[in-house]
Design a protein around this ligand. Structure first.
Ligand code: NAD
Ligand code: UGA
Length: 464
């Protein structure tokens, strides 16, 4: 019965890589195109099991609802990569492209091993021509390498490679996928390239207005993805660099951001100062851009973009230094409650979270840590598994804060705006401190309660 159903679909789409992007983006295609069959495969069987279970592999608001609606109908998760490559006509490649941590380009270039293996798998198992779509973020000109691999042996079978980078952000992935600012499709401007482009465009046109579907050549598409992330991260570093100046001059970074951002040419978004950007992509994509610039001999351009990452690191170092300074130059034996470990609100993802660096530094100062987060405690425990020192994980923020000397807000969960800080204050060791690394706590109110309050880019409010 299932085999029959499987054959009746209008289009058969495969995604290789069932991660943070592959899962949600394919779920959205399946949701919007019930007459298309969408299969997502991965080498990681645990991940596939999770996709097929009630407990999805990560938390993303709204995702569970869509998965429940389409899974088993036109959305399938499988580890059978070989057969799925054979059966499908359109293949999205959405494997991880982390920063290389070995050999040439170590700590800068993108590690293309997963992507290359995938290209070879597609070549090996294909029995008919296919459209292969780069959805993962790749260095400009990667499609050329993919084409070279795909055209290396089979004469009759043709592969058309497209670039279709993903712009969704975690925590808002479902809304971003459903109402994107744009969808970008890069193709060759040949007859077959344009045909493949049309085929992919038709998928997105099911729910996205044509005016939002941008087309370009492949190289522009690949590069635009890196540049979009670099520009976003640059905004965060720009406002964070100014937050340091605010702290020296009694200016308030939120007021500065509002005054600057109301200029339409600048815009209001992405001007929240904090402990710096985290997540699996900003740093890796900028480093990749820096590496590419150096490769092409553009050292000044490389240095410009590298400074975005340096300011991000500086911001975290500044935060730790301010904590040490305000808590009388010693954290040894002090109990510190970390509010939030995810790299941003509304996700369980902790990849490259500023919390990892900050908690490790606090542990090296011999502080005792109690880590609280509504969704990310499992990942936090894995991230800190090798760290030496005293760490506890307690989800309930009131329990976590009990007996602590300081609260340190590292993730902008809205929950932390609404805590009963009076109740928390009563249970803490005095003098009690708040270090708000996300500028979400009501400073005046907490100061009035009795806390010594330190925020980013704002004058400290202290009773000491
Ligand atoms: P991820 O690590 O969550 O998922 C990648 C998956 O690919 C993993 O589950 C891995 O097991 C699988 N995989 C690797 N090699 C494979 C192979 N040969 N065959 C089958 N499966 C294989 O990564 P992610 O966060 O989903 O990111 C994927 C890509 O999308 C990256 O290039 C990233 O830069 C880009 N991107 C990510 C986001 C995001 O919000 N996470 C947003 C836009 C773009
Ligand atoms: C980012 C981009 O926003 C997506 O468009 C892109 O597709 C994705 O990277 C990717 O390629 O992986 P994401 O990293 O999921 O998405 O989340 P963002 O909302 O961009 O936040 C990134 C980091 O910047 C977070 O740590 C966040 O707290 C921080 N940030 C963001 C600030 O510190 N201040 C801000 O004003 C905005």
């Amino acid at each position: 019965m299932e085999t029959k159903n499987r054959m009746n679909f209008k289009k058969k789409i495969l995604c290789i890589g069932a991660g943070y992007v592959g899962g949600p983006s394919m779920a959205m295609i399946a949701f919007k195109c019930p007459d298309y069959r969408v299969t997502v495969v991965d080498v990681n069987s645990e991940r596939i099991d999770a996709w097929n279970s009630p407990q999805l592999p990560f938390y993303e608001p709204g995702l569970e609802d869509i998965i429940k609606k389409r899974r088993g109908k036109n959305l399938f998760f499988s580890t059978d990569i070989e057969n799925q490559i054979r059966e499908n006509d359109i293949i999205f490649v959405c494997v991880n492209t982390p920063t290389k941590n070995y050999g040439a380009g170590a700590h800068m270039a993108a590690d293309l091993q997963y992507w290359e293996k995938t290209a070879r798998q597609i070549l090996k198992h294909s029995r008919s021509s296919k459209i292969v779509i780069e959805k993962c973020t790749l260095p400009v000109k990667t499609a050329l390498a993919m084409e070279k691999i795909l055209s290396s042996s089979r004469g009759k079978i043709k592969f058309e490679v497209l670039s279709n980078p993903e712009f969704m952000a975690e925590g808002s992935a479902i809304n971003d996928l459903e109402n994107p600012d744009r969808v970008l499709i890069g193709s060759h401007e040949t007859k077959s390239g344009l045909k493949a482009r049309t085929e992919l465009t038709e998928i997105y046109q099911r729910w996205i207005p044509s005016s939002k579907i941008i087309t370009s050549n492949i190289w522009s598409s690949e590069l635009s993805k890196l540049v979009a992330n670099a520009f976003l991260a640059q905004r965060v570093s720009s406002i964070n660099s100014i937050s340091a100046l605010c702290e020296k001059t009694d200016a308030d970074i939120s007021e500065v951001a509002r005054a600057v951002g109301t200029d339409d040419r600048i815009g209001r978004k992405f001007l929240n100062a904090g402990i710096g950007f985290g997540g699996s992509c900003f740093k890796k994509d900028i480093l990749n851009l820096v590496y590419l610039c150096r490769h092409y001999g553009l050292d000044e351009v490389a240095a410009y973009w590298e400074s975005v990452v340096k300011i991000n690191e500086y911001q975290q170092q500044r935060f730790i230094a301010a904590m040490l300074h305000s808590m009388f130059h010693t954290l040894a034996g002090k109990r510190i409650c970390i509010l939030g470990f995810a790299f941003k609100a509304d996700t369980s993802d902790t990849r490259e979270s500023p919390a990892i660096y900050i908690t490790q530094k606090l542990l090296s100062e011999k502080a005792e840590l109690v880590i609280s987060d509504p969704r990310a405690l499992k990942n936090a425990a894995a991230d800190l598994s090798g760290a030496e020192g005293n760490v506890q994980f307690i989800e309930d923020p009131y329990e976590a804060a009990r007996g602590c000397h300081a609260l340190v807000v590292l993730t902008d969960w809205s929950l932390y705006r609404m805590l009963d800080y009076k109740k928390i204050y009563r249970s803490m060791t005095k003098p009690a401190f708040i270090f708000d690394g996300r500028n979400i706590v009501d400073r005046e109110k907490c100061f009035a309660i009795g806390f010594n309050v330190y925020a980013i880019g704002k004058p400290a409010l202290t009773h000491l």
